[in-house]
Design a protein. Sequence first.
Lengths: 58, 367
Amino acid sequence: MVGAGLIVIGAGIGLGKIGGSAMDAIARQPEATGKIQTAMIIIAALLEGIAFAALFAV
Amino acid sequence: MRKENIFKILLAGLFVLVSLNLNAKEAEKETTGKIDTKTGVKEFVEHHLKDSHYFTFFSDGQQSEHYGFPLPVIIWDGGLKVFSASKFHHGEELVELDGNYYKLYHSKIYKTGPEGVIEYKENGFPANERPLDFSLTKNVVAMISVALLMFLMFWALAKNYQKSSIPKGFSRVLEPLVLYVRDDIAEPNIGPKYKKYMSFLLTVFFFILLLNLFGLTPLGINVTGNIAVTFGLALITFIIVQFSGSKHYWKHIFWMPGVPVPMKIILMPIEVLGMFTKPFALMIRLFANMMAGHVVVMSLLGLIFVFQNWIASPAFFGFTLFISVIEILVAFLQAYIFTLLSALYIGMAVEDHEDHPKDHSEDIPVV
């Protein structure tokens, strides 16, 4: 149970960092929004994969 | 004006789809107490997640009535034996065929003696022998129908191109998706040789997408949430990557250039391991995302019936609807990620001899 909580904390922090960096990058260069969004979604999916897999094992 | 109407119709259809899920659950509602509801919910969730030899649409727990149809059972046990799964009577009856007795226990077929006794090993799993099971189970039927559907869709698309270069009808939905796979997934990652791998990437993308979307319906078909299916898909990716690996690729794994010799010996096992973990991660990612999504949706649906009062049930219904819509997004995303990563690994394998390291900053696909 505690393990599940830790996993979700890890996923939350990771996604928060990705989102934050993506926001900063978009703010700096609004015309590159498309590329940044795509990269952000890809990395988010990879991170969610790890989180779900670990959640499942727990 | 017409576009808005279509959008409203689609949204209404989505609501109907989720409420159909509730109708399937309605029949199992027990009125004798909370404990019975919990086992009813557990059975409902398991019915959706597991494979089975029957195609059940919905069942009535109180009268043990199952509305659906049985699927053929094909087993190899010295000889090929085919019979209908209705003989099992949902796991209650023992089937006798040529002196062998078969029992359905937890959706798996075991060989037993004439009494139908299942012996257990120390770890709690049955120790009976199992015949080779090639039956048409629910998952197999779903995969075959998705394959047929894909064949029909793309055949219509190809025929459409013979008449004019602008397709009509449903092909208008497929054309941008196919072009997206070609221009943003295959071409940037694989390079000039992408045409050879386009058929594989298109197949994988649409197969996973359609199976994911099928899993959201109330039919209880959970194919991509089955680790055997995702294992097969990842295995195919692995085989394609290994067989299309150029000499450059193998050199980079076993004897990477430009690195001092002690480092090469240390890095080699890590690279070999990486060769296996990448398809393994593909398999786990798709399986875990789909399975977790289905478990969450089904559990929330069950919660509507555990709390039977006027405030909690509509709130849970709204929450379930919200999560179901997110699951649609996850269905598309997982198909895209699987295809993208497969294209990436194939691209790494077919990369040609490069004297100067290529600048990869332009390779991120553009939305």
